[in-house]
Design a protein around this ligand. Structure first.
Ligand code: BDR
Ligand code: CA
Length: 316
């Protein structure tokens, strides 16, 4: 049976690749909608970018909604240095014909959950978790309808990527993360500990060049190259991770990944370590194991899946 999913995102170069992989996996997943949040860039651009990717790929039957334009309590921090000032620099940007839905993203998720059977919808959070936390705050009883929440965010052994201590998505809205992981809903997290295991090596980049030329493979190349130049500039590394994409690969082929059940807590007070995900990896506290923390990635299998699937997307 296909998995019913909602993708909550902030495109974003790697979000765009994640969306394309999802569009290439419609034999396995049923996308109920795409919800957008402020994160990598302002909301007006993340919602436009999500519609733009849909339109470029000829995906007209999946609706796009916009949600929160800022985090629950903190000011918005954006990540233009990784994604460009419009969030998808390198890709030809235009105002898509696909409309933004009038309904707010939070209302959309609530209505979908109300209609759904128990434990039937998977929510994929690949931006700051503000929208998802808002749903849980507004309608806490609906959590029983959520099968799982699969998140890209956080870091433990790999350190931070926005501050020394914190990963970007968790840093932007740490309070939202704490609400989501305290919800008792099964949560799987792909932090930097996982995503840094799947970097686009020179070999993979050459394999991408060998794929048929389509709109999708063009976006894949442009996004990866933009990310690669940012990683070179910021970290002196030329083999970038493509963080968000792992969450969608997990939906398609969970066997590519291994995780460990751990207690995870988020720093929400100290400015020094704001947004840090504190993972009790060795179970020292005996606190509730609220997260499946992904710590092993079959990188070769992941890229094989990604390239094979993206190659199936037809040109618009
Ligand atoms: C995360 O932050 C964003 O910049 C990316 O899209 C990804 O979701 C990586 O830290
Ligand atoms: Ca993202």
């Amino acid at each position: 049976m296909k998995k019913d999913i909602i993708i909550d995102c902030d495109p974003g170069q790697d979000d765009a690749i994640a969306l394309m992989l999802a569009f290439a996996a419609l034999d396995k997943i049923n996308i109920l909608g795409i919800t957008t949040v402020a994160g990598n860039v302002q909301l007006k651009m993340t919602q436009r970018n999500a519609r733009l990717i849909c339109e470029k790929l000829g995906v007209y039957d999946i609706s796009v909604f916009s949600g929160c334009e800022k985090p629950l309590f903190r000011n918005l921090v954006t990540a233009e240095e990784y994604h460009g000032e419009n969030g998808l620099n390198g890709i030809d940007i235009f105002e898509p014909k696909i409309p933004l839905q009038d309904k707010n993203a939070i209302q959309f998720i609530i209505e979908e959950l109300k209609k759904a059977e128990s434990e039937s919808i998977s929510i994929i959070g690949i931006g700051p978790l503000t929208n998802i936390a808002m749903v849980l705050l507004q309608e806490p009883h609906l959590k029983k309808k959520i099968k799982e929440i699969i998140i890209m965010g956080g870091s433990y052994f790999e350190g931070g990527n926005v501050t020394a201590a914190a990963e970007f998505n968790f840093y932007v809205d740490p309070h939202a993360v704490q609400i989501v992981i305290d919800s008792d809903i099964p949560v799987t997290i792909f932090g930097l500990d996982a995503t840094h295991q799947a970097r686009v090596s020179k070999k993979i980049r050459h394999e991408i060049d060998d794929l048929p030329e389509t709109v999708a493979t063009d976006i894949l190349k442009v996004s990866i190259d933009y990310f690669a130049s940012a990683y070179k500039e910021i970290y002196g590394q030329s083999e970038p991770p493509i963080h968000d994409v792992l969450t969608i690969a997990y939906l398609i082929e969970p066997g590519l990944f291994e995780g460990r059940k751990c207690n995870v807590s988020i720093e929400t007070t100290s400015e020094l370590t704001m947004g840090a995900s504190v993972v009790d990896y060795w179970n020292l506290t005996n606190k509730k194991k609220n997260v499946n923390w992904i710590d092993k990635v079959n990188s070769e299998g992941f890229f094989e899946l990604l390239l094979n699937r993206i190659a199936t997307l037809k040109e618009n």
